[in-house]
Design a protein around this ligand. Sequence first.
Ligand SMILES: *[C@@H]1O[C@H](CO)[C@@H](O)[C@H](O)[C@H]1NC(C)=O
Ligand SMILES: *[C@@H]1O[C@H](CO)[C@@H](O)[C@H](O)[C@H]1NC(C)=O
Ligand SMILES: *[C@@H]1O[C@H](CO)[C@@H](O)[C@H](O)[C@H]1NC(C)=O
Ligand SMILES: *[C@@H]1O[C@H](CO)[C@@H](O)[C@H](O)[C@H]1NC(C)=O
Ligand SMILES: *[C@@H]1O[C@H](CO)[C@@H](O)[C@H](O)[C@H]1NC(C)=O
Ligand SMILES: *[C@@H]1O[C@H](CO)[C@@H](O)[C@H](O)[C@H]1NC(C)=O
Length: 329
Amino acid sequence: MWIQRLFIAALLPVAAFSQYADVGTQAHQLRRQSNPDFALTCYHCEVSVLNFKDCNSTKACEQGNQCLLREMMSTVDGHHDYLMACGTAYDCDGGEMPFPVGKRDVNRRNIAVSCCSNNLCNTPPPPTTVHTDPAACMRDVVLIVQDSRNLTSTARRVALKAMLHGIVDAVHIGTDGALLELSFIEGNKMNHQWDLDHYANKKALQSAISRMNPDGHGGVVDINATLTYIRDVALTSRNGDRPNVPNDIIIMVESQIHVNASSFQGWNWTEQELRKLSGDVIVIEVGTNEGNDAHQIANLATDSNHVIKVADYLALQNISARLVSLLCS
Ligand SMILES: *[C@@H]1O[C@H](CO)[C@@H](O)[C@H](O)[C@H]1NC(C)=O
Ligand SMILES: *[C@@H]1O[C@H](CO)[C@@H](O)[C@H](O)[C@H]1NC(C)=O
Ligand SMILES: *[C@@H]1O[C@H](CO)[C@@H](O)[C@H](O)[C@H]1NC(C)=O
Ligand SMILES: *[C@@H]1O[C@H](CO)[C@@H](O)[C@H](O)[C@H]1NC(C)=O
Ligand SMILES: *[C@@H]1O[C@H](CO)[C@@H](O)[C@H](O)[C@H]1NC(C)=O
Ligand SMILES: *[C@@H]1O[C@H](CO)[C@@H](O)[C@H](O)[C@H]1NC(C)=O
């Protein structure tokens, strides 16, 4: 029965689903023969929304439809948005967009499509913290953040801290788990905040994160100094690096970063050093309009999956889970 219903649902076109309009008559005949299903009411907006709460129009769906939630990511600036609609089995299976897409929907990549069968169920689940098996994330994590003037804003600092709290919350922190070290890049100076083994439990590390503050001096970043620092200071046993524990490196910069051109000289060897130091080099880019310098820094990442682009600092708070899965995998 279920199979049959699914089959019929697959043939039922949504009105706007023009490419299937020609099977409409047939579908109507089939539907008349089928047992009436309960028609669902779903959130239904014909444009994608940044915040799912902005889609507050609902629709009584065609019989056999489910409520669909499609999460998409912009390939331009990495922001996520949602499409909420009545969905056919075809849509729920990851088929085409149920509406002609508007201009703002180009450059989107589907992240997830989910369907459900309760009234108004097509909203994202409440954010859950990912909890990993302690042993699954034994890592020395070195985080290097560009100390931008933009970070003098409290809201942006709060978002940065929220991202860090989210990571630390999700993993076991300790000498038998993950350790995290933080430094800011200020021009050609590395502003070291704490060693890897300085805060070897979750509570201490979370409170250090709450207290930390970039001073917002900014400056032109010296990339050679940064990478040399990672190799010669951050990941040394003096700084708490555990020799047999894999290293993760996170470099966070703005998309409009300026790198001292002469410091690019040290680039090619440092990049190879970096590969030796860590199999997980993650680059976080904040801002739209990637400049050439940010593009070169993004090339340091292990691969394109290890480049996370967010539209602004405020979006950082939403990427903890993604970071954890990269860090701990
Ligand atoms: C529906 O969403 C729009 C756009 O976000 C908003 O202006 C409006 O107040 C919302 N209506 C209700 C009833 O929530
Ligand atoms: C760039 O680096 C060179 C060599 O280290 C240094 O002399 C120069 O002052 C730096 N420029 C800036 C703008 O920081
Ligand atoms: C890179 O930085 C290191 C350490 O500061 C320095 O010794 C080296 O000369 C620099 N290389 C270049 C090409 O600037
Ligand atoms: C790095 O670049 C210099 C200058 O372009 C070149 O001579 C050298 O062979 C390169 N080193 C590596 C390891 O690619
Ligand atoms: C940083 O500040 C500048 C100047 O106010 C602004 O144009 C830019 O968008 C900001 N960048 C980010 C990533 O917030
Ligand atoms: C990040 O998450 C917050 C809270 O869930 C939300 O209000 C905000 O729109 C999200 N920002 C982005 C850029 O995704």
